[in-house]
Design a protein around this ligand. Structure first.
Ligand code: SF4
Ligand code: SF4
Length: 97
């Protein structure tokens, strides 16, 4: 699942730099998560980094974006390819983190 930031967010700016996928951005009122980029940190960390650092615990799973571990892994791989168009790997194997 992608995660979502609720309106309890206090705009503390702690989570944004922690996201390995650059999925977090400042929206019109509070920080928001792009569900197309959030892999729930699959491929990077064992736990969602934004949840780890959020001081008010306002980042639950997004019920509008329920995804399996496999789907999250595929999204991670797509994002990696998009960010590294000239990568020599390209064999679908797990990248050295
Ligand atoms: S769970 Fe991970 S990938 Fe998703 S927004 Fe939080 S830090 Fe970014
Ligand atoms: S860490 Fe939590 S309170 Fe701070 S900006 Fe991110 S979502 Fe909002």
């Amino acid at each position: 699942m992608a995660l979502i930031i609720t309106d309890e967010c206090i705009n503390c700016d702690v989570c944004e730099p922690e996201c390995p996928n650059e999925a977090i951005y400042l929206g019109p009122e509070i920080y928001e998560i792009d569900p197309a980029k959030c892999t729930e940190c699959v491929g990077h960390f064992d736990e969602p980094q934004c949840v780890q650092v959020c001081p008010v615990a306002c980042i639950p799973v997004n019920p509008q974006h329920v995804e399996s571990q496999e789907t999250l892994w595929q999204k991670f791989q797509r994002l990696q390819k998009a960010g590294q168009p000239l990568s020599a790997a390209g064999d679908g194997s797990a990248p050295a983190a």
